[in-house]
Design a protein around this ligand. Structure first.
Ligand code: SF4
Length: 219
């Protein structure tokens, strides 16, 4: 099977699976750029269900970048304590909030170039914003998604280089497809699959929606 055909099949199978097994999170129900951007920063090195429980109270206290930019560092460190890395996260959130609040229109930019210029925003976060909040069909590749792509297509890469590999991003883009409304669901499905099924140490191929076409399936 050639890779474009495999990517198309992976997309179809993922979409079907996501509609019955996808996870629901605050930032998936509310796709406001502020909510999505803050969530992405909090999700770095913290499990999604933990951030999901934490987020509503945080957003009540800091409903926008203007309020976040005025927060004292020490206050943020205390509030972010339950998530860990609170000093680092407080610094990142304040820097980001001040950059956006101090910009000409005070809004989250809607282009990849401008997003990448923001403090703490890399390829993954920029594409997540573009896809979820701004309706663009772009891939969202983190370590888990890179692992799924490598396994499904039978590609070898070191763990570190995989999520930056143009080959992996290209295949992920092929899986994502070019229909924005579906691209969001495909990207979320990949994230959910990586978190719960195609895990790093013990992939549960028997429960995997793409096992019939995965080149690394153990079923
Ligand atoms: S079949 Fe197994 S290795 Fe392949 S994507 Fe699914 S869980 Fe991962």
């Amino acid at each position: 099977m050639e890779s474009h055909q495999r990517a198309t099949l992976v997309r179809r199978l993922l979409l079907k699976w996501f509609r019955s097994s996808g996870r629901s999170f605050y930032w998936r129900e509310n796709r406001d750029p502020y909510v999505v951007l803050v969530s992405e920063l909090l999700l770095k090195k913290t499990a999604a269900p933990v951030v999901d429980r934490f987020l509503p109270a945080f957003l009540k206290r800091f409903p926008d970048f203007a309020s976040l930019s005025r927060a004292r560092h020490a206050t943020l460190v205390r509030i972010l304590q339950p998530l860990g890395l609170s000093d680092q996260r407080a610094g990142q959130l304040r820097a980001l909030a001040q950059a956006i609040s101090g910009s000409k229109d005070g809004c989250v930019p809607a282009t990849r170039q401008d997003l990448l210029a923001l403090p703490g925003v890399g390829e993954y976060t920029a594409n997540s914003l573009l896809c979820v909040s701004f309706g663009q069909a772009v891939p969202v590749v983190d370590t888990n998604v890179a692992r799924i792509v490598m396994r499904a297509f039978g590609i070898g890469h070191s763990r570190c280089e995989a999520r930056r590999s143009p080959e992996i991003w290209g295949l992920a883009a092929d899986i994502t497809g070019n229909v924005p409304t579906r691209a969001v669901e495909v990207n979320w499905a990949l994230l959910d699959l990586g978190a719960n099924v195609c895990t790093a140490r013990t992939p549960r191929c028997r429960d995997c929606p793409v096992s019939s076409i995965c080149r690394s399936s153990n079923t």
